[in-house]
Design a protein around this ligand. Structure first.
Ligand code: SF4
Ligand SMILES: [Zn+2]
Length: 134
């Protein structure tokens, strides 16, 4: 394993829910990349642009403050993405989301269930819990 791929693997989410979510996003990127960038994704993998954006999404997932309780990013009160990648990922999801039902129905169903999750902003949670040690 090269240093770059070892680093990438370390930056990917490690827990079950987050790993599943990463695989779902990856499926969406494969749909997007095949349709917009002409990639035969099964043979060639994602194009460089999509690979970089997916890596960014994977890093955000791995660092998500909600961990295994993570809501979908669209329902998140934190929005940890920078503006540009957020818009790009939103475009990928907007396009690939409806197509997921046909191509990856199981991932699509679980993602729909994830949309029911509700979380509060971490600041509100901290305020409610009070200072540590109390
Ligand atoms: S946008 Fe919200 S839910 Fe998505 S990774 Fe960032 S903090 Fe987690
Ligand atoms: Zn692409």
């Amino acid at each position: 394993m090269s240093d770059a791929s070892r680093r990438d693997a370390q930056e990917l989410p490690q827990t079950p829910h987050l790993r599943r979510e990463y695989r779902t996003i990856e499926s969406m990127f494969r749909i997007w990349c095949a349709d917009f960038h002409g990639r035969q994704v099964d043979l060639e993998g994602l194009c460089r642009e999509c690979e970089e954006l997916l890596a960014y999404a994977g890093q955000r997932l791995a660092k998500c403050p909600y961990g295994e309780d993570k809501p979908t990013c669209a329902k998140c009160p934190v929005h940890c993405y920078k503006r540009e990648p957020r818009e790009q990922v939103r475009a990928v999801m907007h396009y690939a989301g409806p197509r997921m039902l046909w191509r990856h129905p199981w991932q699509a169903m679980l993602h729909i269930l994830d949309k029911l999750r509700r979380v509060e902003h971490p600041m509100i949670l901290r305020r409610r819990r009070g200072p540590p040690g109390k």
